[in-house]
Design a protein. Structure first.
Length: 128
């Protein structure tokens, strides 16, 4: 169970599980993680590791599907935290220093553009 399952992300945004030899959804990747498997998501064109951004997108999608109202106060605390990120906020709660010693290449974190998230931003006009 300690084997890392490689997921390839193709330019058409499809995710391919090389272990099962089939395409998977973000929801299926979440289930793989819940089952205790380690994953690594690789952009098939650039060969960049996009595991972090894929998991962030997974969490975002889970939040969108949630029937419970989001905790705005929690989000404010995260934004006001030193790093202003969930990772930084959770590390501060756990008392863990950042383990990253060097900056990741910028292109690693451009795996998902806003247009690729396939979401709609609600403005005051769309809410009326």
């Amino acid at each position: 169970m300690n084997d890392v399952r490689i997921i390839k992300r193709y330019q058409n945004r499809k995710l391919y599980d090389t272990h099962q030899s089939c395409y998977v959804t973000l929801e299926e990747i979440a289930q793989i993680i819940r089952e205790g498997h380690e994953i690594q998501v690789i952009d098939n064109k650039t060969k960049n590791d996009i595991t972090y951004m894929t998991q962030i997108q997974l969490l975002f999608d889970q939040e969108k599907k949630s029937t419970k109202a989001g905790d705005v106060e929690l989000l404010k605390r995260v934004i006001r935290a030193e790093e202003g990120t969930f990772t930084g906020y959770i590390r501060s709660l756990e008392g863990v220093e950042s383990t990253t010693t060097e900056e990741a290449p910028v292109n690693t974190f451009n795996a998902f553009n806003a247009s690729e998230l396939n979401t709609t931003v609600e403005t005051t006009n769309t809410l009326n």
